[in-house]
Design a protein around this ligand. Structure first.
Ligand SMILES: [Zn+2]
Length: 412
């Protein structure tokens, strides 16, 4: 065990310890008394049920995290990475095809291990609490489509990255950065028209009051909204959502049918105003730019560590190669990844507060968004009293009571 191995092992254990601590604190923070914001909206039975949902999901998440960690450490110390590399080399393929094989086997194994957990979560837990609408058929076709997409989009990109690192010496990381940037922009362009329709049906929202109200709001804030779609989210879950896609003057919004069922026009407009706020405050653009900067930094670090024999030794891989280096480097990133995810979540919570504030200003009152949040929280049995440490570690949105408090406080 060298310094690389120690860093990765320590980071994995630290990450696990933080997670367990956050979970325990979060469970202890479950308070049987209903928060004042939800008086009259939640009945006692359903509130108790929401806490039960949090408990069940937390225990299940812990079980899964423990299993994943134990499996990774067992695979590592049984010499799994070196063994797999040896087997792949035995096929006598070139460095790029070998790399694709090596990564594909690991990715497939991961998907296979995740399968029982994913199906338990959907068909047992979500089912028990009345959220699940996914049929086994949808579940498995989703899985296959996801794997096919990963192979189709990720395979060529990975081959390109391996090729660049094999061929273009010291500047390889810059080329990889450029290529990955172009690919990620291209994917965002084709996602709304080519990828998302593989999973959901998009139907244009019929003419009528809701459509007119949305278009009028978009005009009032000078937002170039081109299309409004309804999406059949109810095929998988009763949980509701809405999102925007598109670039420049070609923005479109997709509303889950479950959202339209549950909210009135005024509340729906408030939810959309929040989403428009993310564009107007340039959160989408900033998020993309940050992602690109992060990617460049990672490729640069990768180019440095690829040549360090110690990284391969730590994982019992005898013959260094670009593709094993790539996988081991991803593990070496565990401590940095943990830090970046906590910082990223904090930034995201800040953006959410700004988007809420935008909705208040442009729809005159925070009331409708507060009502929408309350209704959606009750429907999805959200945890109303998360522990601050858990929030810092995992929450991309501020706790719902904080948001409601800010929204109602901001109302005239
Ligand atoms: Zn948001």
């Amino acid at each position: 065990m060298n310094v690389y191995g120690l860093i990765v092992l320590a980071a994995l254990l630290l990450e696990f310890a933080l997670r367990v601590t956050a979970d325990v604190l979060n469970l202890r923070a479950l308070d049987p008394a209903l928060p004042a914001e939800f008086q009259g909206i939640y009945d006692a039975d359903r509130y108790a049920r929401s806490q039960d949902y949090t408990r069940v999901r937390t225990r299940f998440g812990l079980l899964r995290a423990t299993f994943d960690l134990a499996l990774l450490i067992a695979f590592w110390f049984a010499g799994g990475f070196g063994w797999l590399d040896h087997r792949v080399r035995g096929l006598g393929l070139g460095p790029i095809a070998s790399g694709l094989c090596f990564v594909a086997v690991l990715a497939l194994a991961r998907a296979l291990v995740a399968l029982p957990f994913g199906s338990w979560s959907t068909f047992v837990i979500e089912e028990r609490f009345g959220f699940n609408r996914t049929t086994p058929r949808t579940f498995f076709t989703d899985l296959l489509k996801g794997l096919a997409l990963t192979a189709l989009l990720g395979g060529p990109l990975l081959a390109g990255i391996l090729w660049l690192f094999e061929r273009s010496g010291g500047h390889a990381w810059l080329w990889c950065w450029l290529v990955s940037t172009l690919v990620s922009i291209a994917v965002q362009f084709i996602a709304p028209t080519w990828i998302m329709p593989l999973f959901n049906r998009f139907t244009p929202l019929a003419a009528g009051g809701l459509r007119e109200a949305i278009l009028a709001y978009a005009r009032s804030v000078d937002f170039p909204l081109q299309d409004i779609f309804l999406i059949d989210g109810s095929r998988r879950s009763t949980k509701a959502n809405a999102f925007f896609t598109g670039f420049g003057r070609h923005k479109r919004v997709a509303l889950f049918d479950t959202l339209v069922e549950r909210l009135g026009t005024v509340e729906l407009l408030a939810v959309l105003a929040h989403e428009v706020g993310h564009f107007k405050r340039r959160h989408v653009l900033k998020g993309m730019l940050l992602g690109l900067v992060e990617m460049g930094g990672l490729f640069f670090l990768l180019s440095i560590f690829l040549g360090h024999q110690g990284l391969y030794d730590a994982f019992f891989v005898t013959r260094p190669s670009v593709y094993t280096g790539l996988v081991l480097f991803a593990l070496l990133l565990t401590p940095l990844g943990l830090l970046l995810s906590v910082l990223g979540a904090a930034l995201s919570r800040r953006y959410e507060r700004q988007a809420d504030a935008f909705a208040v200003v442009t729809t005159v009152s925070g009331g409708p968004l507060a009502t929408a949040l309350k209704r959606l929280s009750v429907d999805s049995l959200s945890n109303l009293t998360p522990h601050p440490f858990y929030v810092a570690l995992h929450y991309s949105h501020p706790p719902v009571c904080d948001r409601i408090h800010a929204l109602e406080g901001a109302s005239p």
